[in-house]
Design a protein around this ligand. Structure first.
Ligand SMILES: [Zn+2]
Length: 288
């Protein structure tokens, strides 16, 4: 074998090794495919039953206490149902980082914990249409300046932005609560119109009226230069006349500015209270 041939075979060997390594890495980062079936809600609620009595690891608890501002405002009686839901959530929904299966335990625990606050007194089947949560370093890919988005099956979140938004529990803005509220709004009919109950529910008309009234109230407040418990983005109206942000911005305000929302808009506060089966206006900061 000549020297040139030796070099040639060496290059072939290195290239093959590299190909094998990349290929096996790709397999490792492949995501599980999730199929949505009619019975998905039932199996999610069954899983939640199976997790009864289970608690988070000490590492997961430390992630919550170190990162979530709202942690210190939560009443003690919701800790157990909250942890059961977080564990069920983590076992049910894939969470990616930059579309790869490399999200850290910190990332997954923070997302699951905030998402499960919304359903701490409800069922996991609220998320029956969810297939995947994608986390992005900052902006969401192909969506310039967008830090969060939700469809019926998918949530996209900016990791940088969500980390900031979960730290402050009293500014009325929380990216994860906001996007998962959209998911709940989508679940019943595939439409985000701020009515989280089905068209066949006896409460549909009431929600419809409340959303219109709240939208007017919010627009009047900001148009006259005043501040309001629900942030101004809640006034966004889509081309077809839907007002999708009242429920999601209202949800953030309900959890993070409950007392103020109750004072400024008691009827919408009451509707949220009945829906989420929680009363954040009464929560007091505790020393843990
Ligand atoms: Zn929104």
């Amino acid at each position: 074998m000549t020297g040139i041939e030796k070099i040639f075979y060496c290059i072939i060997f290195v290239v093959s090794l590299l190909f094998f390594f990349l290929n096996s890495k790709q397999k490792r980062t492949k995501l599980p495919k999730l199929r949505i079936t009619n019975s998905r809600g039932e199996s999610l609620d069954k899983l939640l039953q199976e997790k009864k009595g289970q608690t988070l690891s000490s590492n997961q608890k430390a992630i919550l206490t170190n990162n979530l501002g709202i942690y210190y405002w939560l009443p003690e009686e919701i800790t157990q149902p909250w942890e059961e839901r977080i564990l069920s959530f983590l076992a049910s929904f894939p969470i990616t980082y930059m579309k790869k299966n490399i999200a850290t335990e910190e990332m997954k625990t923070i997302v699951a914990a905030e998402a499960c606050l919304l359903i701490v007194n409800r069922n996991l089947s609220d998320y029956r249409h969810l297939k995947v949560i994608h986390l992005w370093e900052d902006e969401i890919k192909d969506n310039k300046n967008v830090r969060g988005s939700a469809s019926r099956n998918e949530i996209n979140l900016s990791w940088k932005f969500l980390k900031e938004s979960v730290t402050n529990a009293r500014d009325g803005h929380n990216l994860i609560l906001h996007e998962f509220a959209h998911l709940i709004d989508f679940a019943d009919d595939g439409i985000a119109q701020s009515i989280p109950v089905s068209r066949f529910s006896g409460k549909f008309k009431k929600w419809e009226r409340l959303v219109d009234e709240e939208h007017k109230k919010l627009m009047n407040a900001y148009n006259s230069g005043k501040n309001y418990s629900i942030r101004a983005y809640g006034g966004y109206e889509s081309i077809n006349g839907n007002k999708p942000e009242i429920f999601s911005c209202g949800t953030s305000a309900f959890f993070e500015r409950g007392a103020r929302l109750k004072r400024e808009s008691p009827e919408i506060y009451k509707a949220f209270k009945e829906f989420y089966k929680l009363d954040p206006a009464t929560w007091k900061k505790r020393i843990v």
